[in-house]
Design a protein around this ligand. Structure first.
Ligand code: GNR
Ligand code: NI
Length: 165
């Protein structure tokens, strides 16, 4: 399922509202900052997020049928994915993105984001195309041991994490 392309949401009905509530519930239960429908086995183009944006209180966002309008800059930070538990790697993402999307009522909205929110939008949008962060990592895929040390998944060697800027 994670490797399939999801289909556009056409009907903004009660079933969709239930799916959205389920996504928020699962995201919270798993301590994620975002969750896309294909991660729960539903091949539809939507995801939910709850990201703190620079000191502001985190807000629940529902993003349906997203389209990228603009991207600028670059950021390289560590990413994980609830569908690849325990695995991490550096991924190159745009520093800023501008998208248009439909909210849970079906009305079109625009959103400009940077930092973690921009990264999360890109990560979740990739899920709608069957792309996983491991496809895009810079350098090694790693896990953390009990001491918080990063361990290369392939070689088992300890990694010194460097900022890929
Ligand atoms: O919880 C998540 N954290 C995260 C951190 C950095 C970049 C992306 C993410 S998304 C991830 C949840 C998830 O797997 N969503 O698809
Ligand atoms: Ni993910």
């Amino acid at each position: 399922m994670l490797r399939k392309t999801s289909r556009k949401v056409e009907k903004f009905d009660d079933r969709l509202q239930e799916l959205i509530d389920d996504l928020f519930e699962t995201m919270r239960a798993e301590n994620g900052v975002g969750l896309a429908a294909p991660q729960v086995g539903v091949l539809k183009r939507l995801f939910v997020m709850n990201v703190d944006a620079e000191g502001d209180p985190a807000q629940d966002l529902v993003i349906i049928n997203p389209e990228f309008l603009d991207q600028e800059g670059q950021q390289q930070e560590i990413e994980g994915c609830l569908s690849l538990p325990g695995l991490y790697g550096y991924v190159d993402r745009p520093a800023q993105v501008k998208i248009r999307y439909q909210d849970r009522t079906g009305s079109w909205q625009e959103l400009e984001a940077d930092g973690l929110l921009a990264r999360c939008i890109c990560h979740e949008s990739d899920h709608l195309e069957g792309i996983l962060f491991e496809d895009k990592i810079i350098g090694n895929l790693f896990r953390y041991n009990q001491d918080g040390q990063a361990i290369d998944v392939k070689t088992g060697e300890e990694l010194e994490l460097v900022q890929h800027d």
